[in-house]
Ligand binder design. Sequence first.
Ligand code: FAD
Length: 400
Amino acid sequence: MYSQGISVNVVGGGIGGLSATLSLLAAGLDVHLYERAPALGEIGAGVQISPNASRVLHRLGLAEALARTAVRPLALHQRRWNDGRTLQRAPLAGPVEARFGFPYYHMHRADLIAALAGAIPAERIHLGHRLAGFTDTGDGVRAQFANGVGAESDVLVGADGIHSLVRAGLFGAQSPRFTGCVAYRGLVPESRLRDLSIEVTMQAWLGPGRHFVNYFVGGGQLVNFVAVIEQDSWTRESWTDRGDPADVLAAFDGWHPQVRGVLEAADEAFIWALFDRAPLDHWSRGRVTLLGDSCHAMLPFMAQGAAQAIEDGATLAACLAAAGPDPAVALHRYETLRLRRATRLQAMSADNKRRFHLPDGPAQRERDEQLAAGSTGWSFDAIAWLYDHDAAMATAGRPG
Ligand code: FAD
């Protein structure tokens, strides 16, 4: 098979690059991953993995590794910010698995990275390699790293995140957009929160100009929280920073005791300025393509950024495995299959900023009535287009 002969260099060892490497290796390609950091890792925070992504991860043989630390939440519970009234409660766990065939997971990011990296042969991962530039010669791509190493391959994949150098090399440098939101993220030992009787659900508390999310990770030993606050600008030099939980607590004055209780128990929080990028018309040029945040960075309000990156890798692998003699044709097919779906999620994520943060009043009451009636994007029927998607099989069908 031709694909056996295709070599692929993946730049970036985040969730997107690692899962793509696994998908590409499973498809029989000759893959190497290059990461600038001296070690693989992720910020101390949680990540939600919906069935469209766990389908890919299970097929890559990770079910057992994930089961060691992943939490399967009972429900998605959207609540009102002050009195905690239920706005919507949708079952996850068993009912999701019965309907979509694969679990909805809550994970510590480090656990997910460890599971992905643990399945890749060590000689395929090159740490301490910062991409400095690349050249597509027409019959191959040469990647140049800051440490002086050069690497040739048939295809180069930029999985190098929102500040992607590969993207800038393909389509020109463009700054990401500040979305007007910052997220404070942290982890609290579950043992400190027992008095709050927090259910094993994904709780999203919706309020004026902000929202709060909490769920269990690390085998249930930790509670992950994300406190999102609207603010006009981001003036700090770094786009992540240490934050003071007391500041977050002050911003959530008057919120439900469970929200405040989680924040009161937190030793630290990291501030994360939320940036996104305008959708691209293309992800590929010649033998070079993009995946994950490098091409479709989005607000996290659909919890789909990592999930879409995982899907990207599966579809890319399927396209390259089925490729004829010109990999550029496979990359074009990959982008055609992926772009519309990722762009749709970018738009839905952006719209959720407005929906989640409505000030109390008529529009908020209308939203709450829609949530109560189940006529939102979170009923099983409404979400099937997202969770039922089989990214590895997508080459056989229409664009997602
Ligand atoms: P990244 O994770 O940014 O990885 C890029 C990698 O490339 C890094 O390791 C970096 O060091 C490396 N790199 C960069 N430049 C170079 C270079 N020049 N040379 C070599 N290596 C390089 N998504 C979900 O699916 N579910 C969620 O619940 C969820 N929650 C979120 C909550 C918040 C608050 C935020 C901010 C995001 C959330 N997301 C979620 C989105 C998700 O985190 C991202 O979409 C995902 O992690 C992107 O993965 P990536 O591999 O594309 O990029």
